[in-house]
Design a protein around this ligand. Structure first.
Ligand code: GCV
Length: 776
């Protein structure tokens, strides 16, 4: 694409003189070049290097910019913005603030002798070079105001001389502080270990990207959660289960020899938000990943990630001893099986000394597990834990289990795992999905949180939007994550939040974790849409500190990803913050759940009863009939409420006390039930569905005013995706209202538009080749 002349003209003359949009490489260099040319009056790149930076007359700068812009139009086919840079978009800052930052970045004092120090230095040079136009020169001593000092007391005598208490920071914490050295003001990014200094560096660059003051810094950061892990549901054939961003980024075929540069950028992005682990393969695992051929490939990825503090983990198939070990059984109490796993662990750790451990989906949705041998989940987890323990590895054993035994599916994980509390080895975490069913747009928190005080419970969020519109719906998941983390389990009285279960503070655990099912694929923008990147970002930031505000995180992300211009930031953040509730309204309002299309999970199908198992059918969950709608989980129903602490259970059991957002999750409610508004349930249901569509219309409207603030490439894609979202929101609303009306037999409340098509029409829709699902 040609360098767009109109954009240059618009940009020249605005306060964002240097915000000319181009690709990561060509664009950054071009911008830096233009800017430096403008402010130094140089005539060539060589000239720039020779001349000192000094302010030049504005007119001169503008003339130069215009001449160059014309030249660019004629000759330079540059890449469009494509979202590849994610939030690590180090484009030249052109506001007043940049000059202040330059005075705080006159020297760089760091060491680059270890791999992590080397990548830290590279990130600083890249970040400062991009944001400020040039990186400060490296130096051994502080000789002027404005030095940036980075490292640990062990890596830098200058830092050792600051006498900061780094021990209390632990392995990953850091301090960013304005200090004085030899009478000169400096910024120190200090940690106890190298990785902390890398995290601190990313934090410091974030301050610059978001144009925060760095005059008097005093920041101390220590992660609240120990294991902050992405779960890739990537298959070895390159498909991604529930992936909407292209194929798997792991090119298993070309590994271990070809280590794509993208792996390094993946590691940078993760390290920048504190993610320190990645499970490379699908929890519906094949055994092949444990064969020597694949372990070599895994080791190559581990080598790329190591300098960034990221450990690799693998999902393992419980029956692997049979499939690749040629044993007759996978019984966890069988000594041969135990030996096989011990040998396998030894083999892995020879190749990958810092291997993280295993993630296991067992006896769930057809996966093998210890129950195949009449053993418990604890027997299975402990056998693997014993194999990993000598090497320091952990087992993340999933609690996502349910079977077609007729019991309310929402109760099954608790029933299975609660009695096993205290039976797991010290290096086992139980990984629990945020709600009791399956990543629905809204669920109550899982009753397991708070119910297993003797066992570390790990949070599992789904970053990929399996149930929230795939790649094209703009749904920022920050409010969903925050809603779950701030839910009060009440197990030790008020304030016993899910966040405190996860960070270990409630029951005094030091082994803690949070997992997110990744939304990453080979799409150039990584996540299938620009706004989906925000969900990766917010996951990492909340895993580091579950008490952070999702709004603050959204604002940071918008500033880093798009622009600091407040005329863009405020409305876009507002739009993001309302987007999850909009999706709940047009998909599953008032506590409805699991009413999507069967298998592929695309679109609405509340009528569907085609699945073999009752607990896979939407009708099982919504139970709409002539009398009413909703799943009775009260004490007179399935009694799922009593899995919660008494105070919470009493609230959920009482229809007048249950929050209306969860009404139909816990109660089967007559259509004419009076809601808080004074309207009937039927009225409110239709109103919520309509509200959801209206909200998306408003989101489109908001976005239409953002044209011109950012590059046209990303602007246009977001605009198009919002149009898809509006179309599909309308479809959800109309199809659901048509079906529920067929059950209630009630007329539409006055003032609401009827569905655009008949129920029959919606029921006739079928979809082939839906992304993220296939019959592998
Ligand atoms: C990996 C849901 C998804 C499945 C997924 C499963 C799980 O059922 O639809 O694709 O399988 O959850 O979390 O194990």
């Amino acid at each position: 694409m040609l360098f767009p002349f109109n954009r240059i003209c618009r940009t020249v003359g605005s306060q964002y003189v240097a915000e000319i949009h181009a690709s990561r490489h060509a664009g950054t260099n071009m911008k830096a070049f233009l800017h430096r040319l403008a402010i130094t009056g140089a005539r060539s790149d060589k000239d720039i290097r020779a001349r000192p930076m000094h302010p030049a007359p504005r007119v001169h700068a503008w003339m130069t910019m215009l001449v160059l812009a014309v030249i660019c139009v004629c000759m330079a086919p540059l890449h469009a913005e494509d979202g590849y840079e994610l939030w690590l978009r180090y484009h030249l800052l052109a506001t007043q603030q940049a000059a202040i930052y330059r005075s705080h970045a006159t020297q760089l004092i760091e060491s680059a002798s270890t791999p992590t120090q080397t990548v830290t230095r590279a990130e600083l040079l890249r970040g400062l070079g991009g944001l400020l136009g040039q990186a400060p020169p490296s130096s051994d001593a502080v000789t002027s105001n404005g030095a940036i000092i980075v490292g640990t007391p062990g890596s830098s005598p200058v830092i050792a001389g600051l006498h900061l208490d780094t021990k209390s920071l632990g392995h990953e914490g850091y301090i960013i502080r304005t200090v004085e050295v030899n009478g000169h003001a400096a910024t120190a990014i200090v940690a106890h270990d190298d990785i902390g200094a890398l995290y601190g560096t990313f934090h410091f660059l974030r301050l610059l990207q978001t144009e925060q003051s760095i005059d008097h810094l005093d920041v101390t950061q220590i992660p609240h959660v120990k294991l902050r892990v992405l779960n890739h549901w990537d298959n070895l054939n390159g498909q991604v289960e529930r992936g909407y961003a292209g194929a798997s980024i792991w090119d298993w075929w070309k590994l271990p020899d070809w280590r794509a540069p993208r792996y390094t950028d993946y590691a940078r992005a993760n390290a920048s938000i504190g993610i320190n682990g990645t499970v490379l393969n699908n929890v519906n695992a094949g055994a092949q990943i444990l064969t020597p051929t694949y372990l070599q490939k895994v080791a190559a990825l581990a080598d790329v990630f190591r300098p960034y503090g990221i450990r690799v983990y693998l999902s393992v198939r419980f029956s692997a001893p049979i499939e690749i070990g040629h044993l007759k059984t996978a019984d966890p109490l069988d000594p041969q099986v135990q030996r096989w796993w011990r040998d396998k662990a030894d083999e892995i750790y020879k190749l990958i000394p810092d291997f993280g451990g295993f993630l296991v989906k067992a006896n769930s949705e057809g996966q093998p597990g210890p129950q195949d041998y009449h053993r418990t989940h604890a027997d299975g987890a402990n056998m693997l834990a014993d194999a990993l323990a000598p090497h320091g590895g952990v087992v993340m054993w999933r609690a996502f289990v349910y079977s077609a035994n007729g019991e309310d599916r929402a109760k099954q994980a608790y029933d299975e795992f609660k009695p096993l509390d205290g039976h797991f080895r010290d290096n086992v975490l139980i990984q629990v999905k945020n709600g009791p069913i399956d990543f629905q747009p809204r669920e109550p928190f899982s009753p397991l949180f708070g119910a297993m005080p003797k066992t570390p419970l790990m949070m599992e969020f789904e970053i990929t939007k399996e149930y929230l519109g795939f790649a094209t719906h703009l749904v920022y998941l920050g409010p969903l994550f925050q809603e779950v983390l701030s839910s009060d389990t009440m197990v030790h009285g008020k304030g016993s939040t899910v966040a405190k279960v996860i960070d270990g503070s409630l029951d005094h655990h030091t082994l803690t974790g949070m997992a997110g099912v990744a939304n990453i694929g080979t799409d150039r923008n990584w996540s299938g849409s620009d706004f989906n990147q925000a969900n990766w970002y917010v996951f990492g930031r909340l895993a580091w500190d579950p008490t952070l505000s999702s709004r603050t995180i959204a604002e940071q992300w918008v500033r880093m990803t798009f622009t600091n211009n407040p005329a863009f930031v405020k409305p876009v953040v507002d739009m993001m913050m309302g987007s999850r509730e909009a999706a709940v309204d047009y998909m599953t309002p008032l506590g409805l759940h699991h009413i999507m299309g069967p298998n592929h999970h695309y679109g609405p199908a509340p009528w569907d009863a085609s699945e073999a198992r009752a607990d896979w059918r939407p009708v099982y969950y919504n139970r709409a009939d002539h009398q009413g709608i909703g799943f009775d989980r009260t004490r007179t129903g399935s009694d799922a409420v009593d899995q919660y602490a008494p105070a919470v259970a009493d609230e959920f059991n009482d229809i007048t006390k249950t929050p209306e957002t969860l009404l139909l999750w816990f109660h089967h409610v007559p259509w004419d039930y009076r809601m808080h508004s004074g309207q009937t349930l039927w009225y409110e249901l239709v109103a919520h569905y309509t509200q959801g569509v209206d909200d998306v219309k408003r989101m489109r409207e908001t976005w239409s005013h953002m044209n011109g603030y950012i590059d046209p490439e990303r602007y246009q894609q977001v605009a198009t995706f919002l149009a898809i979202q509006q179309k599909e929101a309308q479809w959800w609303r109309d199809a659901c209202i048509a079906y529920f009306q067929s059950q209630s037999g009630l007329p539409l409340p006055p003032g609401f538009a009827p569905p655009q098509h008949s129920l029959k029409y919606y029921q006739s829709l079928t979809f082939d080749f839906v992304p993220g699902y296939s019959s592998w």
